[in-house]
Design a protein around this ligand. Structure first.
Ligand code: GLU
Length: 370
């Protein structure tokens, strides 16, 4: 079965440094222009496109006069700081040529792991997409220490794809997919076009296919595959060597397809339903119960009382007035702010809390009915 990638509505495209920057540390202008042409094509078909782009360190190191070879962590971070500006500028100019708006998003591992920050990052990126911008994501290399770094953008891209419930993650690479052995070393190496399950033998095949600039090689791509497919996101490893790589892919160019388990929204909801311990309880009135059962979000106005000590992003149980558990969801407010706004209209939230919060206590995308 070959899936129809044209049907993917939300696509994350990851671009590695070795595709974007040449050996002299210069941006590959023509290639990036062709890629952004492909992105504009997807946007015009109605797709949400997110780009995860490396290249900051590779672009910044030359400017700072850092010698070739491995950099110390703090040198990479300094190089990223300089290179990020040039990278952002490169995307902004090319997207603008298609009347598209570039949005720079720098995230750390914690932003995709810690629940409150996860919700913030997701809400901001959703808003950018809704407003028609193209988010260009990279790791916030400058502030992350070694323990809290992704270190490679393959896994960052998988986390972003999972966080945003994307349909498809495309890792553009200097090879057109996964081989049974490194193809440049072993003539009998066979290309794998469809991977249903990432078994230990698949992991072993990732071997040593690396490149000059990319920090990960094939191993981090397989780890990314685990994160993405488990979250219900299909992943493709495809070649980005030639111009118009996305167009080529959609026209049938060879790639390795890692099959998603379920779809992104159901996987996320499964995670909310079973994965996390609940920290509190909200009791809601009959009107809100009816609204929830018909697929609506939970507004503060419909909440009668609450218990527990939960933070923004924690799981809470939603009960009807007879204390039947009817749903679970991620609370957009911590318990003490929630206490102040329950029973009130969403338009009064800013006046009560002193900041403009979310209209819903629990958004329907963050809720599962039990
Ligand atoms: N975030 C790093 C950069 O922009 C690259 C990490 C990677 O190569 O995967 O330069």
């Amino acid at each position: 079965m070959t899936p129809d990638w044209h049907k993917a509505k939300r696509i994350v495209i990851k671009i590695g440094s070795s595709l974007l920057i040449d050996e002299g540390g210069r941006l590959k202008d023509q290639w990036l222009t062709s890629l952004i042409g492909d992105v504009a094509g997807l946007v015009s078909l109605g797709c949400d496109v997110l780009i995860v782009s490396s290249g900051a360190i590779a672009l910044g190191r030359g400017r700072l006069g850092l010698a070739p070879g491995a950099l110390k962590l703090e040198e990479s971070q300094a190089a990223a700081s300089v290179g990020q500006i040039r990278l952002a500028h490169a995307y902004e100019g090319r997207l603008k040529a298609h009347d598209l708006i570039a949005a720079k998003v720098l995230v750390t591992l914690g932003d995709t792991e810690e629940r409150g920050r996860y919700l913030n990052a997701r809400d901001t990126i959703s808003t950018l997409l809704k407003l028609g911008a193209v988010p260009v994501v990279n790791e916030n290399d400058t502030v992350a220490t070694s323990e809290i770094r992704f270190g490679d953008n393959d896994r960052l891209a998988a986390r972003v794809a999972s966080m945003m419930s994307a349909d498809l993650l495309i890792l553009l690479s200097d090879v057109d997919g996964l081989y049974t052995a490194p193809p440049h070393e072993d003539e009998s190496a066979r290309h794998l076009s469809s991977i249903k399950d990432i078994t230990p033998s698949i992991e072993a095949m990732a071997g040593s296919v690396g490149s000059d600039y990319g920090s990960g090689g094939m191993i981090t791509k397989i780890l990314a595959g685990k994160i993405a497919t488990k979250a219900g996101v299909h992943m493709l490893i495809a070649s980005g060597q030639d111009d118009h790589p996305i167009k080529a892919l959609f026209n049938g160019a060879r790639a390795s397809w890692f099959h998603a388990r379920g779809n992104a929204v159901t996987s996320r909801k499964r995670w909310i339903a079973g994965g996390l311990e609940s920290r509190g309880e909200l009791v809601i009135d009959a009107g809100a119960t009816k609204a929830l059962l018909s697929g609506k979000s939970l507004l503060p106005a419909g909440i009668k009382s609450l218990s527990g000590s939960f933070a923004r992003g924690d799981v809470v149980i939603i009960c009807d007035q007879d204390h039947n558990h009817i749903a679970r969801g991620l609370s957009a407010y911590g318990a003490s702010d929630a206490q102040k706004i329950i029973g009130h209209h969403s338009k009064d939230i800013a006046g009560i809390l002193g900041y403009e919060g979310r209209a819903a206590m629990i958004h329907r995308d963050d809720m599962v009915l039990l």
